[in-house]
Design a protein around this ligand. Sequence first.
Ligand SMILES: [Zn+2]
Length: 376
Amino acid sequence: MNQQQTYLSPHSLSQLQTLPDFASPRNIFAVVDDSAYRNSGAEAVLASFWKAHRVTTFTDFRPNPQLDDVQKGLTVYQQAQPDVVIALGGGTAIDMAKLISGLAGQENPLLAIYGEEDLRPRQTKLIVIPTTAGTGSEATQFAVVYVDGKKYSLDHPSLLPDIAIIDPQLMATLPPAVTAATGLDAFCQAIESIWSVGATDESMRLACEAASLAYQYLPEATMSPTPESRAAMCRASNLAGRAINITRTTACHALSYPMTSSYGIPHGIAVALTLSPMLQFNSEVNDIDCADPRGPSDVRQRIGLILKALNASDVQDASNRILKLLKDVGCPASLSEAGITSREQIDRIIAAVNLQRMHNNPRQTTPETLVDLLYV
Ligand SMILES: [Zn+2]
């Protein structure tokens, strides 16, 4: 796997200009979320940096990467012929930069998006600067793109950024709703990574620390942020991203995509809504329905690590703690509180579930077990 350099500390953004890559003027393609750039304070830090290089800035894209925006970006990229790509923004800006730089070397980018052709190694260096703490996109080799409303996930080592610069200072002015939703995404990634069938010793080490940090600091980072709580959430998000880069996500993510696309529930809230019921469900794994070749006792042992990260005495206590966390950060704690109340809505979510992610769940599910879990 490619190695990544990570700079994570308050004011680490100022280290960008001191990287050896920028000792002489470079031809930079910058994928920038315009409002994040202005609101995060990055503009003031980077003004002199941009002047020292030849920069083509691409800002013309909508939230959640869309194919036509990626194609627009590819055209601008080809004209610019850059030797380094810098992304600044939330998950969308980072995914856009991964997609544009990753697809630029393909003869037919669409075939790579559809998974019919392997990605070629990226030609340019990719440096990413997140302005939210939660997607972990800076630490993963995944990128999402929507084609005619359908979601495609690319998963390839050449999409992993070379350098991540994570500066908690850039998140100082994030509104509570964004802090809560993105932080819950990191929290869920961490928990799902621990019980994932792909869990390894390394991923569990990363994910346990991420889960415990997010659990401890998300309420403060959301409701009365301090530099300490912002920095802790940056670290939680980065660790969770690195963990799911190894394990991939599971049932909560699988169920979340239709909640977001059909009912407009923000991604981080959509994943968190099923975390508590899924913890209870997975903890009851048995010999017959265990999807992890290591067996149910191994899964239960890892669920024990989740309880430890949440300081919980048992599964019921951990479930209650998750629900309390959701309430404490001002988010709905159940599907019905999020406006999903009818059996028909739940059936539609289950019918559209992402099976690839579902197969990473340690306990097998059926449409019937999912209805029992979600329709309460
Ligand atoms: Zn997520």
